[in-house]
Design a protein around this ligand. Structure first.
Ligand SMILES: *Cc1c(COP(=O)(O)O)cnc(C)c1O
Length: 424
């Protein structure tokens, strides 16, 4: 099935846009639809374990909702481990995946979060963990992220394998890692490969083959295999939704062949971030100015790359729709025009309609007036999560709609909160 995004909308998950925009702290406002998140979680039932890569969208209410769907969680920092614990995940339901330990993370995985899965991405981590665990290292089981020597990703900045990628243990160092672990009495019982090839099935077949090779080389101590995240979400109308069945079929084949040669069951894990949340969310903004410069029309809105940084970082495309503000009484002109959509920041890159390399492009959007709402869609993954306080902009409030009822799940940031840690 292909995605279809509309250029005019009245409501989000059954709630009028103007109601959302006025009752929860104003715009910009992130609005999440719980039903979409639940459906995405349910669609991955074919996997033994589904783990949410919370870095895509770490709001506690979203995390709790995802936990209630029986999904485990991945954490890439001390803060993310603490978020997982805060919503009630047990340590054994949390995986810490990283290429280093910082002091905070090492203290947590050997202390308050002891028992969480440690997924190491460098030989140094094994050594540091062994030392920190001391007597408790004996019998400790680790998983290891492998860099198979090739990668895949939608931009140079999101490529996750190959000799220039910092992620994972380089394939020729795997044996050294096994030995280091054994030196401390620890064992590597799981493998992990996050390459991000969810939409490219030829490449995926290559990944499965490589995983089989690595697992075979390490031997029957392997009990779990994680194929990482990277499951795609369509951002353009006409793009196909992810083919879960085809994806799992390839993996199940590899797992079955390893199970046959090892003589025991192997747990297949997937670790999506984007897929579970991306199209559950819209960023509602308000058009504050409309400017015309020669042939270019600008819709300037009250959200910037401080709220939604993906276009500025990667030239990413987000569908955009207009929601007319009832106080404006609808459009003064029917039809569409080509516009550039920009934000409020003192930075020329603060444009939502741009392509990779910062090339500003025009988008065909309905005629609109100052005061109408402009909705940036498919804004659930790596949007709010990557927001910043640049220009001292306040982080946007967030609302979750469940069963037609919207509720505030993050307040608009206050000035007091913005400066809370500053000393003068
Ligand atoms: C970012 C990340 C993911 C999730 O990636 P998506 O493309 O959002 O699915 C999964 N696993 C690890 C280790 C990651 O770093």
């Amino acid at each position: 099935m292909a995605a279809e995004y509309q250029s005019i909308r009245k409501e989000i998950a059954g709630v009028p846009v103007e109601k959302l925009a006025t009752e929860f702290g104003g715009t910009p406002l992130f609005v999440y639809d719980a039903d979409v998140i639940k459906a995405r979680c349910a669609s991955l039932r074919e996997f033994g374990t589904v783990r949410f890569a919370q870095k895509a969208c770490p709001n506690l209410a979203i995390l709790k909702l995802i936990k209630e769907q029986g999904v485990k969680v991945d954490a890439v920092s001390a803060g993310e481990i603490l978020r997982a614990l805060a919503v009630g995940y047990k340590p054994e339901e949390i995986a810490y995946t990283a290429d280093i330990f910082d002091d905070d993370a090492l203290e947590l995985v050997t202390g308050k979060a002891f028992g969480c899965v440690v997924n190491v991405g460098s030989p140094d981590m094994i050594y540091q963990l062994g030392l920190a665990l001391g007597d408790r290292a004996d019998g400790f089981e680790l998983t290891m992220r492998v860099n198979p020597g090739f990668g895949h990703g939608h931009s140079k900045k999101t490529n996750t394998g190959g000799p220039l990628s910092k992620h994972g243990v380089w394939f020729s160092q795997i044996h050294q890692c096994v030995q280091t672990a054994e030196h401390f009495g620890m064992d590597i019982t799981g493998l992990h490969m996050h390459i991000g090839s969810g939409s490219d099935f030829e490449h995926l077949a290559q990944v499965c083959e490589m995983m089989e090779c690595v697992a075979t080389a390490i031997g029957s101590r392997i009990k779990s295999i994680s194929c990482g995240g990277g499951l795609p979400t369509p951002y353009h109308t006409g793009e196909e939704y992810f083919d879960v069945a085809r994806y799992t079929e390839l993996w199940h084949k590899s797992i079955a062949s390893l199970e046959a040669s090892f003589g025991h069951k192997i747990e297949l894990e997937t670790e999506p971030g984007r897929y579970l949340v991306a199209d559950s969310c819209s960023l509602v903004t308000k058009i504050q100015a409309i400017k015309k410069q020669e042939e270019n029309v600008f819709y300037l809105v009250d959200a910037g790359f401080t709220h939604l940084p993906r276009p500025m970082l990667y030239g990413s495309y987000h569908p955009i729709s207009i929601a007319y503000n009832p106080v404006n009484g609808g459009p003064t002109k029917q039809g569409t025009q080509e516009v550039i959509v920009g934000g409020p920041l003192c930075e020329s890159g603060d444009v939502f309609t741009q392509e990779e390399g910062g090339v500003v492009v025009r988008r065909e959007l309905p005629f609109a007036n100052v005061g109408d709402y402009l909705v940036l869609e498919v804004a659930g993954a790596y949007c709010s999560a990557m927001a910043s306080n640049y220009n001292s902009k306040f982080l946007a409030p967030e609302v979750l709609i469940e069963g037609g009822v919207p509720r505030l799940v993050r307040k608009k940031q206050s000035f007091e909160h913005l400066i809370a840690n500053e000393i003068f």
